[in-house]
Design a protein around this ligand. Sequence first.
Ligand code: NAD
Length: 393
Amino acid sequence: MTTMTTSTDKLKRAAESAGLDLFGLMSEYQYEQIVMCHEPYTGLKAVICVHNTTLGPALGGIRMWPYETEQEAIVDAMRLARAMTFKAAVAGLNLGGGKTVVIGDPRTDKTEMLFRALGRFVDTLNGRYIAAEDVGTATEDMEYIAMETPYVTGVDFVAGGSGDPSPMTAYGVYQGIRACVRQVHGTDSLQGRKVALQGTGHVGGHLADLLAEAGVELTVTDINMDGAREVAQRTGASLVAPDEIYDVDADIFTPCALGGVINPETIDRLGCQIVAGAANNVLLNDEMGEELHRRDVLYAPDYVINAGGLINVSEELGGYNAERARKRVGRIYNALTKILELARHEQIPPYRAAEAVALERIKSVRPIADVYTGRSRTAWQHQPIALQSSRKG
Ligand code: NAD
């Protein structure tokens, strides 16, 4: 551990060397705040990034990952925080976008005190940022954070939270698929539609059940073939090897595993009319969104259709009620319909229509902040938001 010293030579040298142009990036993509959190006794090294709080406090998960460099960690926190701004805005939530990354291996570096130390840093933001679970963290970790701050969601059922969000995410995706089918076929009945589902994990497994119940002809795959086989047996689905899923004769391709699965290698193999699933960052890049549009394949923007998990944890803020949460998640049908109709009207790909809807909502809420509520003159800090793609950065 380094000792306390008044010498700032190292800082001066770091400032002179060419590094990450943080303020340049913050200015270009309109970030409000980045907090570097360090606590030497627990080894905590975390970055809390608040992208935009126009709509409300920035809610976003805590990702724990063994980042190789701190630049990588900072950039990931920034990228993920910005995506949360768009996700909350299109979901109609009064929340902004934020994210935390913890540098460390979730398999070996987790301790109670590490998360409690992080909880204390979250608390210093006084509600500007609200934590939740994400890749590498779980409901138990959120309980440690909850010991230090009220600004945390995704806490376990036993602690009064909403628990595992996957069933709600799956329900939202299911409603989103119905909305897509209506756009293409004029009816949202899924009876007899053919769906190729990639990834039968937490979300994919629940989704397979809902689709089977709705009368879908289902084909599933997973790199964990035992898990996929179990889901296939339970739902009556056909089973294929992971690489064969793109060639399945299907009306709908439903990615529920990894990002980047719509890419130059896979796009020619798809014979479907709809791509709609839970996975984040389904499109390798924006060009894939344009290409699907050119090919007349309807793409449900990932952060719109998979917002069920976020909507669900946000319900904890007012006291969690599962029935109300489910109703709110069901509104993904309407939110997605609005975006798909705008895309059709403007003849633009849905991923661009989603960005336009998000930016419009953020822009339109600003003027009402002029109304003095009696509680705080500056309850909302209204920040403009840049008109770049949410996938940049
Ligand atoms: P999970 O880890 O439980 O499931 C993912 C599954 O995909 C696993 O079973 C894994 O074996 C499988 N898989 C990985 N690579 C594969 C490949 N190449 N081919 C086939 N299968 C493969 O994760 P999850 O919680 O079900 O999340 C699935 C996706 O949805 C992720 O992209 C996640 O970011 C996104 N998402 C999840 C939630 C949620 O509430 N859990 C919310 C929003 C978005």
